[in-house]
Write a new protein. Structure first.
Length: 152
């Protein structure tokens, strides 16, 4: 903490367990007082929140790019129409979900979509499903036009 910062007094009550945590945290991080330990916790939380926002943005952009590239090159119209996705694409979705949820690249306990599904993944899956439904509706209307033209 900068010595030039103006300090204010804060009187509060916490549980004994919380007080022990603050003291332990302060000892681990070289805090000279409980107030300084709380300041360090707040700074750490602020950095963590900023990192989470950045990782969410990166995850959203990455998911959008992956979906766009899959739609353009990898998934042919038949696969998109039938909703078929092969093993590699499913594995990619699992890896992307882990990166999104954890915000890290390598963990011992990987989080898969059956445990927790990230909002970005849910949104992307909903969009793909809507695209499939739109394609089916468009195909049905084209078929109806063909039938109408053949009847004439």
């Amino acid at each position: 903490m900068n010595e030039a910062q103006q300090l204010t007094r804060l009187e509060t009550r916490v549980s004994q367990k919380a007080k022990e945590f603050i003291i332990e945290y302060g000892n681990k991080h070289g805090a000279r007082s409980q107030g300084e330990a709380i300041e360090k916790m707040i700074q750490e939380l602020s950095v963590s929140n900023a990192n989470e926002l950045v990782s969410d943005l990166v995850a959203e952009q990455t998911a959008a790019r992956v979906i766009d590239s899959l739609k353009k090159s990898y998934l042919d119209p038949m696969r998109i129409r039938t909703g078929y996705v092969d093993k590699q694409t499913k594995a990619l979705l699992e890896v992307m979900n882990h990166i999104i949820v954890k915000g890290e690249f390598d963990q011992e306990n990987v989080i898969t979509t059956d445990v927790l599904e990230a909002n970005v993944l849910t949104t992307a899956q909903d969009k793909v499903q809507k695209d499939i439904e739109h394609f089916r509706q468009r195909k049905a209307s084209i078929e109806e036009k063909r039938k109408a033209n053949n009847e004439l």
